[in-house]
Design a protein around this ligand. Structure first.
Ligand code: ADP
Length: 471
């Protein structure tokens, strides 16, 4: 099948979180399985853009309301990522340093989608599947079906994957003029609660909806930032497919970011070496269990409770643990962590920012990974941690619930808790400190979780089944 993935992120071109990892890996494994998977995304000013050669694939023009714009689709010609990669260049609109966070994001991503659909409808053939990811591509299923200019794509099935339903891309109805000539009777397919809502529109218009775990899908029916009734109504076409992880990138035996490699057999010594390097870099004591947090410092990740939970743990269990935090996000949370570095020197350190290399070193060197998330559609961090023999400490929600088994259960290897609260996190840290003292138990858990199969190969088959069901 020819599958066109449309996304705002794709690792290593541009990544802000798990969406990038998934779109960088799924197409590669689909190609390995014999499909022709391609990715089309905006052309941002990223390192990857400047480090690679590009050829022009298509030049076109379109309208965003009254604004007439030209766009160019460039292609990475060497199949370097294991799939064909296309970037959409819209001068002045998409070619920026950051992926998101601009006031004109609605215009940027709507223009991007119009360019992609215009490009696909210019082809002589039609793709088998258009697979859209998150709200930045949420208007595409609507445009393929109801915009007169794109009638050629009317019978091409679209699949929409929800990586995060908290962000929906809402915009006022005044922006409906951006959508190229469409069947006005279909207004309801763009609307939710009197706003244009790309995520809701995709849920209504796509042939099938997938979420990145089953538990997250169930949660959306009771908690999805206003779309609960929609998910209840559309449940017949929704299903959960757990993300895989890219074992080529995330393998402690070959990881290009690590100085010291290890495998299941050598995990205990291998982790010790990585921990020693990390601890000496950040002034932490390698004899104590090392807890890390890696991620966006936002409410969804419950990063706001971590400063108090860490302080409280260090107060009640003095000199028994070290903590290292890597992330960026809400200023208040960043500030709270930064304030802790001096008073808790030797037990706590933080790097505020995004650092791919350090994140790999942390998965390899840490003993425990903290994920108190309030919302976690799938969560990749816990799966990376498991692959690197790091015990995940997670709140029982979404994909965390589907992937982590508490160490109190048979074959368990993690710590689970129920509330995103200081006391639950602190209690879980206490449980982890206790188990850390039992080196045999630690080694058993490490070896067990490192061998759990989270590869993309099995996930690819599940997506293929979804595609087959709508063709
Ligand atoms: P989300 O997509 O909600 O942010 P996921 O767990 O699905 O969360 O994916 C997070 C991905 O982003 C992981 O690959 C994680 O290692 C990476 N990541 C998040 N924050 C940082 C950071 N500050 N530095 C490096 N990598 C990060």
């Amino acid at each position: 099948m020819e599958i066109i993935h449309v996304s705002a992120e794709c690792y290593p071109v541009a990544k802000a979180g798990g969406l990038g990892d998934v779109v960088g890996a799924l197409p590669k494994y689909q190609c390995k399985a014999g499909h022709i998977a391609k990715v089309v995304m905006p052309m941002y000013r990223t390192k990857f853009l400047y480090d690679n050669e590009w050829t022009v694939d298509f030049k076109g023009s379109a309208n965003l309301g009254n604004w007439f714009f030209d766009f160019t689709i460039i292609k990475e010609p060497t199949n370097k990522l294991g799939f064909d990669l296309f970037l959409v260049d819209i001068n002045g609109l998409l070619d920026r340093q950051k992926i998101y966070g601009y006031d004109d994001d609605p215009e940027r991503f709507t223009a991007f989608q119009i360019a992609v659909v215009s490009w696909m409808s210019s082809w002589e053939h039609q793709p088998d599947i258009v697979h859209c990811h998150d709200h930045h591509t949420g208007f595409i299923p609507f445009m393929m079906q109801y915009c007169y200019d794109f009638a050629r794509l009317r019978n091409v099935p679209s699949i929409f994957t929800i990586h995060n339903a908290q962000y929906q891309g809402w915009m006022g109805w005044d922006k409906s003029r951006y959508i190229p000539r469409w069947d006005l009777w279909k207004r309801g397919m763009l609307d939710w609660a009197d706003s244009m809502n790309p995520l809701a529109s995709a849920v209504k218009c796509a042939a099938k909806i997938t979420t990145v775990s089953w538990s997250y899908l169930n949660e959306l029916r009771v908690n999805s930032n206003g779309l609960e009734k929609l998910f209840e109504y559309e449940k017949g076409k929704c299903l959960g497919i757990l993300n895989g992880i890219d074992n080529d990138v995330w393998d402690p035996a070959t990881d290009k970011y690590l100085e010291s490699h290890f495998s299941v057999k050598t995990v205990t010594r291998g982790k010790q070496k990585n921990k020693a390097l990390l601890c000496s870099q950040f002034g932490l004591d390698p004899e104590k269990p090392l807890f890390v947090f890696i991620g966006r410092l936002v409410g969804e990740k419950a990063a706001d409770i971590l400063p108090d939970a860490i302080k409280s743990a260090l107060y009640h269990m003095p000199d028994q643990a070290c903590f290292l935090v890597l992330g960026s996000g809400e200023t208040q949370v960043e500030w709270a962590f930064q304030q802790m570095t001096e008073p808790y020197k030797g037990s706590f350190n933080t790097v505020i920012g995004y650092d791919e290399t350090l994140s790999h070193k942390m998965y390899a060197g840490a003993d425990f990974l903290l994920m108190p998330s309030r919302v976690e559609p799938c969560g990749l961090n816990q799966m990376y941690a498991m692959r690197y023999g790091t015990v995940p400490i997670v709140r029982s929600t979404g994909g965390l619930q589907d992937t982590v088994v508490d160490m109190g259960d048979p074959d368990g290897f993690g710590v689970r808790f129920n509330h995103a609260s200081v006391s639950d996190v602190e209690y879980s840290i206490g449980r982890a400190i206790s188990v850390y003292k039992d080196s045999e138990h630690m080694e058993k858990m490490r070896k067990h979780m490192m061998q759990i199969d989270h590869s993309w190969e099995s996930t690819v088959d599940q997506y293929t089944a979804v595609y087959e069901s709508v063709r």
